[in-house]
Design a protein around this ligand. Structure first.
Ligand code: SF4
Length: 388
């Protein structure tokens, strides 16, 4: 099964998608985790109006949600997380479960292409339109421009077919702390039909695809890079095994003899890094089943920690801050209304003689906020070495 987000990679190299290629491991990245947290916040907001607490969500809400005139001109209902699959041979489509938390791909028949729209809405403007949007939080230069973006074109064709639409608007919204930029394109009935034909051709080429390394291996996040792909693991292996490499392994700048040598070393180091990421993820998953003995009396194990965040939009929360901190309550909110922000405001109160103890004031505020349900607890699990 090929996913919509990998269509552009498959156009450049589809070896990883061959049915006989080994399954590449999933290597998590911090940027992807942060992107997922933001997507989850937007999904909750579109589903039931629950506002997110991150800075990225605040930027998205102020710069995309509020000023997007289409959100009120046609149909105010955006549906988040719509999963859709299409048979490239027949063009038949099916809609799946619409929840990031409950994403399940088992219902998708073998050989079908599937994808999930971050959000979409249907409206009538003479003809039936589907408007699909995808929020991007990573580097914009890694994303194929909207006019040729395989993921968005697939989602438009599949959702138009599923909802009986004859036209589509596709939109990429790049959300960063500095602001939101958007790219949009419109597709008519003929273009939607072309997309289905392109997909059929692409899928037909996959069984014979050869590894074709290039900048896209990393830029388009190929999971086989440095892990299962023969074209890129050779370089990674050379770092530890040394044998048939085209250049000597350089450990100091003096050992790098040419630009070609430096280029080879760069890709070898990148591929080795990816390989190490896969190994660490496998160990982390193993440690989540049971601790891994690493030496006498020490284990590599999962440690769970809890983090509390405060939602100042809960009715009554600001009143609590104002009552305890007076005018200084704004200090707490200015710094994202975190526990440390409340401590900062409490410190100001102590400095001005308004209270005797910072800790006691902070604790009283937090207790009241908890009783209002304005303190949210999230649990995270990290793996590290410890006595055991
Ligand atoms: S790492 Fe590059 S060459 Fe190898 S399968 Fe992926 S895209 Fe193709």
């Amino acid at each position: 099964m090929i996913s919509a987000s990998k269509i552009d990679l498959a156009k450049l190299c589809a070896w990883w998608a061959r049915p006989d290629s080994p399954r590449a491991p999933y290597v998590p990245s911090r940027a992807a985790d942060e992107g997922s947290a933001f997507h989850f916040e937007v999904e909750s907001f579109l589903r039931d109006g629950t506002p997110g607490t991150s800075d990225l969500f605040a930027v998205w809400r102020a710069q995309w949600w509020v000023p997007t005139p289409a959100s009120v001109t046609y149909e105010p209902t955006w549906k988040p997380e719509i999963q859709v699959a299409m048979d490239p041979q027949t063009g038949k489509t099916m809609l799946g479960h619409s929840s990031r938390a409950q994403r399940d791909y088992r219902w998708i028949p073998r050989g079908w292409v599937s994808g999930t729209a971050d959000a979409a809405r249907i409206y009538d403007r003479g003809e039936r339109w589907v408007h699909v949007v995808d929020w991007k939080t990573g580097r914009a230069d890694y994303v194929t421009p909207i006019a040729t973006n395989g993921q968005m074109r697939f989602l438009a064709a599949a959702l138009a077919s599923a909802y009986g639409a004859t036209r589509a608007t596709i939109e990429l919204a790049f959300v960063h702390l500095e602001g939101v930029q958007t790219e949009r394109a419109e597709l008519d009935l003929l273009e939607l039909a072309d997309i289905r034909a392109e997909l059929r051709e692409l899928v037909a080429r996959i069984p014979d695809a050869a590894p074709t390394p290039g900048p896209w291996c990393r830029a388009k996040f190929c999971a086989a890079y440095g892990t299962t792909c023969p074209a890129t693991t050779a370089a990674a292996r050379a770092l530890v095994e040394g044998p048939a490499a085209p250049f000597a392994l350089a450990l100091t700048v003096e050992d790098i003899e040419s630009d070609a040598h430096a280029t080879w070393l760069y890709h070898a180091a990148r591929a080795a890094q990816q390989r190490m990421g896969a190994i660490w993820e496998a160990l982390r998953q193993r440690a989540s089943i049971h601790p891994i003995p690493v030496s006498e009396g020490r284990v590599y194990a999962i440690r769970e920690s809890q983090r509390e965040t405060i939602d100042a939009t809960v009715p009554g929360a600001v009143d609590v801050l104002r009552r305890h901190l007076g005018d200084r309550w704004e200090t707490a909110v200015r710094y994202q209304t975190s526990k440390s922000a409340i401590s900062a405001a409490a410190s100001e109160a102590k400095a001005s003689g308004a209270c005797a103890k910072v800790g006691a004031l902070s604790a009283a505020i937090l207790e009241e906020l908890r009783s209002l349900n304005a303190v949210k607890v999230t649990t995270s699990a990290t793996a590290d070495e410890r006595p055991g």
